[in-house]
Design a protein. Structure first.
Length: 149
């Protein structure tokens, strides 16, 4: 049986290591039908060569949005409050810019109604426990309906 252990390696601090290549943006090489394609990974946050996210959302926009939805909820006797989380997430997503592109949320009324009905059934069947996860479902649905333009 082979029981030889590999020799122990001395660990030097990062600034004293030799032959260390500088960090670069990771790349993915794909070989399809003898065609070499190279795709660069984009990392959000601005570090390691990625692109920064920015928003043009102001506090005034948020205040107007909340007041508008308060009025809508009064006139619809509270039914408008079911659609408010979707409008809120859509407003935030539509204000995000990635480099020179912007996020466009294409969540329409039909998807919102279907999602509300599904979550209403889940909330009733779980005796209200699913209500805690409703906003996560709203955010997921809105993000899945978004694209960069």
């Amino acid at each position: 049986m082979y029981s030889e252990t590999p020799p122990k390696r001395k660990h030097a601090p990062q600034d004293q290591e030799e032959n260390v290549e500088p960090r670069s943006t990771p790349t993915i090489n794909v070989n399809i039908d003898n065609t070499n394609l190279q795709q660069q990974t984009v990392l959000a946050g601005g570090w390691d060569g990625g692109q920064r996210l920015s928003t043009n959302l102001s506090i005034g926009d948020v205040i107007v949005h909340v007041l508008l939805w308060a009025i809508i909820s009064i006139f619809t006797l509270g039914i408008g409050l079911l659609f408010w989380p979707y409008a809120l997430v859509k407003m935030v997503l539509n204000s995000i810019e990635v480099g020179n592109q912007r996020v466009q949320c294409e969540l329409d009324l039909g998807k919102q109604i279907g999602h509300i009905i599904l979550w209403a059934i889940l909330i009733v069947l779980s005796f209200g426990l699913a209500a805690r996860f409703f906003i996560i479902g709203v955010i997921r649905t809105a993000i899945n309906s978004s694209r960069l333009v």
